[in-house]
Ligand binder design. Structure first.
Ligand code: ZN
Ligand code: ZN
Length: 252
């Protein structure tokens, strides 16, 4: 049963026809993390969850996505207690802050030593409750993917898929030596590299035809598979789905 729960999202990702199954999974993981954070289950009213959001905070990208999701009161409550803790230490750091000396014109170049205030603030703003949740889930998806490669039928599925985006391809390569089942070592490298390359070439072809279509001589020609070539070409490099609109709470 447990195994089914883990493998089901991977199968769904392959059925989705996404340019990269891990991009599809990441979108699912992100939406579920946003829903969990500011959604109707009101996890933010639970003191232990609030304790973690107070400690980790949210990155710029996810603040924007929390805002777009649309629970203004929930966001306000989360921010309120975050601010309390943040201000407390910030005030302390500011009180102890000593401005650095003005750099002389011909002084030796090199980064000046970072003050407590700068390093603490960078650290504080650099962590994110939602990013961490996504990362945990993605880690589990990657491990499950590798475990599923033991199954011959799943390998055939990977072989006939659209490959991966470069971002997740690199991640696969990094995890492979540790996670690959013994009997798939050779198969993996023989399959995944050409699969990734050939599908990049395919998307580049879609992009070429997308551009060709702007030539008046091709005005009446078929779009073929090129209508959404730009968003797919972007996804194939940097992952994600640039054409997605904001993820919002369903109206109740
Ligand atoms: Zn991807
Ligand atoms: Zn984040």
């Amino acid at each position: 049963m447990r195994e089914q729960i883990d493998t089901m999202p991977i199968h769904e990702a392959y059925e989705s026809g996404d340019e990269c199954p891990f991009c599809w999974l990441e979108r699912q993981a992100e939406q579920s993390a946003i829903r969990y954070t500011v959604g109707p289950c009101a996890s933010y009213m639970e003191p232990d969850v609030r304790g973690v959001t107070d400690r980790k905070g949210f990155c710029r990208d996810h603040m924007k996505k929390m805002f777009d999701y649309g629970n203004a009161l929930g966001n306000a409550l989360i921010l309120q207690t975050y601010y309390v803790g943040f201000l407390e230490t910030l005030e302390n750091r500011m009180d102890c802050y000593e401005p650095p000396e003005k750099r002389k014109l011909f002084a030796k170049k090199g980064a000046p030593e970072e003050s407590e205030l700068v390093s603490w603030t960078k650290n504080r703003l650099g962590s994110c409750f939602i990013c961490d949740k996504i990362e945990d889930n993605m880690d589990r998806f990657f491990r499950t993917f590798f475990a599923m490669l033991k199954d011959e039928e799943f390998c055939r599925r990977v072989e006939s898929s659209k490959g991966f985006c470069m971002y997740h391809f690199i991640h696969l390569l990094e995890m492979a030596p540790e996670e690959l089942p013994n009997n798939r070592y050779e198969w993996f490298y023989k399959t995944v590299l050409p699969l990734t390359r050939n599908n990049l070439i395919r998307v580049k072809g879609d992009l070429d035809w997308f551009i060709e279509k702007f030539d008046y001589r091709n005005a009446s020609a078929d779009w073929k598979n090129s209508r959404d070539a730009v968003t797919r070409a972007m996804e194939k490099l940097q992952s994600g789905h640039p054409s997605d609109g904001p993820y919002r709470s369903e109206p109740r």
